[in-house]
Design a protein around this ligand. Structure first.
Ligand SMILES: [Ca+2]
Ligand SMILES: [Ca+2]
Ligand SMILES: [Ca+2]
Ligand SMILES: [Ca+2]
Length: 322
């Protein structure tokens, strides 16, 4: 199936207003909603989902022989009224429900009201991956996923085989949530052209709209201000991925340190026809000297550190008046 609904919001160029036809067939310009208000609403909706639903934790705790290690949600009702909710499942042994508060600026969506709001991202680790280490927001990952709305509508799913992408090229909350997942052992060749992994991480990420599309829509199913759920099987990742090949591990190209690589673009004022955030730009300051020639590398070409030749506090690869 398609991949596009997991992918990030194209950065804020143009699509600031959403429009609708009213009864008079006139176009009414609807300003974007307050990210502070929406964040609070989304959190209420997500917490309500987590409190009214359970997942197949009994299978994860005592796996049947043929268990496929897929997360299944159901409502707490009827025969299932004694189940432990996802919200309370962090008391279950070996199962983790965590959260992280992430600040989001409305300007990340091209909105000029200068608001900024804390967002709670929830993640459920039904089975932690067996391999030590977790990806960063800049890493390439291999995984399988399903995307759902809170009402259970499936809007996107990967094929059964692992898909690979960089965590900064997908919706922000997905990338941030993946930072809590360990991965598995593999790939194991199955002999028929397919691969599998063993002991991979399994869980879900619950994402408020401010960490996804916020006032934008995506595809035919995701409307504005929609919280999203992704079930995920975390197979593998490439540690310290250098996405643009400029010698710097991508997670170190988060200049403002906010956990979002897409809003750091040092030479944005000279990029008239493109928007290349630093993690995707091999000449970060646009001075014509590739970044890889403006940093310190060891004899094997591994990143050692930044250089600040003129001592002005701005490292050479971000300093075009060196
Ligand atoms: Ca950033
Ligand atoms: Ca750039
Ligand atoms: Ca770069
Ligand atoms: Ca440069």
């Amino acid at each position: 199936m398609k991949l596009k609904n997991i992918f990030g919001v194209a950065l804020a160029i143009g699509c600031i207003w959403s429009c609708k036809n009213d009864d008079d067939d006139e176009i009414e310009v609807v300003p974007p909603r307050s990210i502070i208000e929406v964040s609070a609403e989304d959190d209420e909706e997500i917490v309500s989902f987590l409190k009214t639903h359970f997942f197949n934790y009994e299978d994860f705790q005592n796996p049947p022989a043929d268990f496929d290690y897929k997360v299944v949600f159901d409502t707490i009702a009827g025969d299932n009224s004694d189940k432990v909710s996802i919200y309370d499942s962090n008391e279950l042994e070996g199962i983790e429900l965590g959260s992280e508060v992430i600040s989001v600026k409305s300007s990340d969506f091209g909105i000029s009201d200068e608001e900024e709001a804390d967002h709670t991202l929830y993640y459920l680790i039904a089975r932690q991956g067996a391999k030590e280490g977790k990806p960063t927001i800049g890493d390439n990952v291999y995984l399988r996923y399903e995307g759902l709305l809170l009402d259970g509508t499936l809007f996107d799913a990967s094929a059964n085989q692992p898909v690979q992408f960089n965590l900064s090229t997908v919706v922000r909350g997905f990338g941030n949530g993946m930072e809590y997942f360990q991965t598995g052992m593999g790939p194991i060749e199955n002999g028929d052209g397919t691969v599998s992994y063993e002991g991979y991480g399994v869980g879900a990420i619950f994402i408020p709209s401010g960490l996804a599309y916020f006032n934008n829509t995506s595809g035919s199913v995701i409307s504005s201000y929609s919280p999203l759920i992704f079930k995920v099987d975390a197979f593998a990742y490439e540690k310290d991925t250098d996405y643009d090949g400029d010698g710097i591990p991508s997670y170190l190209e988060d200049v403002d340190g906010d956990g979002n690589l897409n809003n750091d673009n040092t030479d944005v004022e000279t990029e008239f026809t493109s928007y290349l955030a630093n993690y995707n730009d091999p000449d970060d300051d646009g001075d014509g000297i590739p970044t890889i020639e403006e940093i310190e590398l060891d004899d094997d070409g591994n990143f050692v550190g930044f250089i600040d030749t003129d001592g002005d506090g701005v490292p050479d690869h971000l300093d075009n008046d060196l």
